[in-house]
Write a protein of this length. Structure first.
Length: 170
């Protein structure tokens, strides 16, 4: 898909830029086009999709129901080269992008979901069509927490083991 209203996929950092723009436009076809046909995607709750079409369907559902009024913004991003570099072939990179999500749809007893920060990890490689994502994972940032534990009722809680230590608000 060649939509000139998006930046070209001429560098790994563009994956995060286009993700943000496509999300905010509810353009699930463009989101999916960032991925290779057999790409993998793990969301913040551990749901795992195994190809471009499954990634598109999941985000189409989410952007129509859970995130229909949401916006995301890119907070910061880093690119780490694993193979090659910006002008070499083959070339593979990891892009970490911290994003902030606002406007999530109300659910059950949460009338006004607060903004969330997440860290996306995109593993990308240069293809003939530009940079494409082979694998991605989205992780919620839980301020002040170090890990999760599950209680005897099966409920998960974000916790810290540091007593009196200042929290990292990431």
């Amino acid at each position: 898909m060649a939509d000139n209203s998006y930046p070209p996929l001429d560098h790994p950092r563009r994956i995060a830029d286009i993700w943000v723009q496509a999300w905010n436009r509810r353009d699930t076809d463009r989101l999916a086009d960032l991925f290779e046909a057999d790409a993998e995607f793990v969301n913040v709750t551990g749901l795992w999709w195994h190809d471009r079409e499954a990634i598109r369907r999941a985000h189409d559902y989410g952007l129509r129901t859970i995130f229909d009024q949401s916006t995301i913004a890119l907070v910061t991003r880093r690119v780490r080269w694993l193979v090659g570099g910006p002008d070499s072939t083959p070339s593979v990179a990891v892009v970490h992008a911290k994003m902030e999500l606002t406007g999530q749809t109300a659910v059950t007893d949460i009338d006004d979901p607060r903004p969330r920060r997440t860290v996306f990890t995109f593993v990308v490689r240069r293809t003939e069509e530009g940079w494409r994502c082979a694998s991605a994972q989205n992780t919620d940032v839980v301020p002040g927490a170090e890990t999760n534990v599950i209680d005897d009722q099966g409920r998960m809680h974000a916790v810290t083991y540091r007593s009196g230590a200042p929290t990292d608000r990431n």
